[in-house]
Design a binder for this molecule. Structure first.
Ligand code: AGP
Length: 610
């Protein structure tokens, strides 16, 4: 997520902006910039720098060299366009009479950009954001709010915008749709910010801007309007959070915050790629002929990224009917793999910097095979070296244990599978529409599961003393079990194993003792009865069974000791829902044990060494 700060008041703006941006560094960023209106010279000064905030501080003498008491600042988390000075915010129109900062994704920026270019407006960056400033110029005829409303009615997607118009010195505008934005007020001036930490040093008195609302802020006034330009009265809130709580949005840990961000970021990853009910994956740069010519798909990753591959294998093989090989990057890179030259290799990586995954990518490319990256960090090594990239738009993931990046990687794979199946004639229009509709329904279903966390929290607190936990499942549920097991062990340090449920009787069932916890996943209709048998098997040997199944399978309670239900979905999408209770289970067990949930021992967020 990008970070926005704005200020107008009695003080010099630049130092306040830099300080506010520093408080938003936790959100992750790759570049930063400020724009300040210089009254003496009647111009907007814009300074931007790639990399850490210090680079911006160095360029501006800690803000001292940029004069003016109104400005906007931004830390950029790249989604469209690599990290660079030109792509960083604030963006501006040609004569720098308008400047903006943006957090969010303009989903229809391509057609809007083409329309603006056809009107002679020149673009200098690769970002989606720049289209907004040119549209503001196009619709501006002296009245900022009128121009803003016209832009609001034409852009699709999510945005929090901070805007300055040179012809309206002393006025700051803020607009919000789906990306958070607040207004702060104090004796020294007024503020806008993406998040409370940026302005907590100056004020605790804030207004939360709601969707499709516009704020007009001056040194001594704050006005709100709706998209029909009607004035709105808003309640002021006094924030009680301390800085640390504010950075986590009020959640106790980044991991919990990121678990709860999943509905939004899954939607953020899907929605921009659905156009009139059709999946559009231009980023693949693959013609239908190329897609039809693929004999095999290789999916390579580490840890949770590898688990995404396991789930995707079931979905893609079932839907596309192409063989899918899933490999641990650390194994793949050294086993001199035999690869079909007419194949597609997919490297999945949140950070895009995992050494083993990068090495695997290079190994594959050395064989002349096309590599697609499914990556979260724009401009990362894997993103740069892959032939094409399908970005996940999960935003920066701070907790070491991945949750939201994992979920967005899953849906990226689903979209690819549905698209490939349609192109290869494996599914008809009816099946295609059903899959796309169900894909679009996943964020709300995830939200529903998150709304029922109390039962999982209660159950988890009973198992903080567990020594061994088994996760079992069949088909996709086996792949999901792998992720559930990893989540538990990496943050609670409790030994756990995931097993194909049909495999237990070939050895591991000997480990089951009285009270051993088995987490049994049973979301696959075709395998449900088999799973019931496996649950009976482990229970008859003393295991305590936490069953996870689909709403409607209420007979499960006759067989298990504790049951959690997830909404129905297509069986091939089941991981997206079944993983949520397992993430919560791992989190709450670790919490009950007093573990450092966000920074588990011995682990790094990105394993950039072998
Ligand atoms: C999962 O919770 C861990 N953080 C770890 O397994 C991670 O998925 C793995 O290291 C791969 O990281 P990447 O996605 O950044 O390549």
């Amino acid at each position: 997520m990008c970070g926005i700060v704005g200020y107008v008041g009695k003080q010099q703006a630049a130092p306040i902006l830099l300080d506010g941006l520093a408080k938003l560094e936790y959100r992750g960023y790759d570049s930063a910039g400020i724009a300040v209106y210089n009254e003496k010279e009647n111009k907007i000064d814009i300074v931007k720098a790639k990399g850490r905030l210090q680079a911006l501080r160095d360029l501006t003498g800690d803000g001292q060299s940029v004069q003016g008491n109104i400005g906007i600042g931004h830390t950029r988390w790249a989604t469209h366009g690599e990290p660079s000075v030109v792509n960083s915010h604030p963006h501006f129109n040609k004569d720098k009479s308008i400047s903006i900062v943006h957090n969010g994704i303009i989903e229809n920026y391509q057609p809007l950009k083409e329309k603006m270019q056809s009107r002679g407006l020149e673009f200098i960056s690769q970002t989606d954001t720049e289209v907004v400033v040119h549209m503001l110029e196009h619709y501006y005829s002296g009245d900022p709010i009128s121009a803003i409303i016209k832009v609001m009615h034409r852009v699709k997607g999510s945005y929090a915008l901070g805007i300055m118009f040179k012809e309206h010195p002393g006025e700051l505008y803020a607009v919000r749709k789906d990306s958070p934005l607040i207004v702060g007020t104090s004796a020294e001036g007024n503020f806008i910010a993406s998040d409370v930490p940026a302005i907590l040093k100056h004020t605790r008195d804030v207004y939360f801007i709601d969707n499709l609302e516009i704020a007009k802020i001056t040194e001594n006034s704050i006005e709100f309007f709706n998209e029909d330009r009607e004035p709105i009265e808003k309640e002021m809130t006094t924030v009680k959070w301390d800085i640390e709580a504010a950075e986590k949005g009020g959640y106790e840990h980044f991991m919990l915050k990121e678990i709860y961000e999943q509905p939004k970021v899954v939607a953020d990853t899907i929605t921009p790629r659905i156009d009139n009910g059709k999946i559009v994956l231009n980023e693949l740069n693959m013609s239908d002929e190329e897609i039809k010519g693929i004999n095999r798909i290789y999916i390579i990753g580490c840890g949770s990224a590898y688990h995404v591959g396991l789930s995707a294998k079931y979905m893609i093989e079932e839907t596309v009917r192409i063989p899918v090989d899933v490999d641990l990057a650390s194994e793949f890179r050294y086993r001199n793999p035999i690869m079909d030259s007419n194949s597609l290799a997919i490297i999945i990586s949140q950070s895009g910097e995992t050494a083993d995954s990068l090495a695997a990518l290079r190994e594959i490319k050395s064989r002349g095979i096309k590599v697609l990256g499914i990556v979260n960090v724009v401009g990362s090594s894997i993103a740069r070296e892959a032939d094409n990239v399908l970005y996940t738009w999960a935003g920066p993931e701070i907790a070491v244990a991945t949750t939201k990046a994992y979920s967005t990687q899953l849906v990226a794979c689903y979209m690819l599978g549905i698209h490939f199946a349609k192109v290869r004639g494996q599914i008809d229009d009816t099946q295609y529409d059903e899959m796309v509709n169900e894909l679009n329904a996943l964020p709300n279903k995830i939200q529903r599961i998150l709304g029922d966390k109390e039962r999982i929290q209660w159950f988890a607190s009973k198992y903080s003393a567990a020594k061994d936990v088994f996760f079992i499942g069949r088909g996709q549920d086996y792949a999901t079990s792998m992720e559930g097991s990893l989540k538990l062990k990496e943050i609670s340090y409790i030994h756990s194993e995931a097993y194909a449920a049909g495999e237990l009787k070939h050895g591991s069932i000997s480990l089951i003792e009285d009270g051993t916890l088995s987490v049994a996943l049973a979301t696959q209709p075709a395998l449900y009865e088999k799973m019931i048998s496996n649950i009976v098997e482990v229970r008859s040997r003393g295991s305590y069974v936490f069953a996870l199944t689909t709403e409607g399978n209420y007979n499960m309670e006759d067989t298990s000791d504790f049951t959690v239900y997830v909404p129905k979905t297509l069986p091939c999408f089941s991981t997206s829902l079944a993983v949520i209770p397992l993430q919560l289970f791992g989190y709450y067990v670790a919490l009950a044990k007093g573990c450092d949930v966000d920074k588990p021992r011995n682990l790094a967020k990105s394993v950039t060494v072998e």
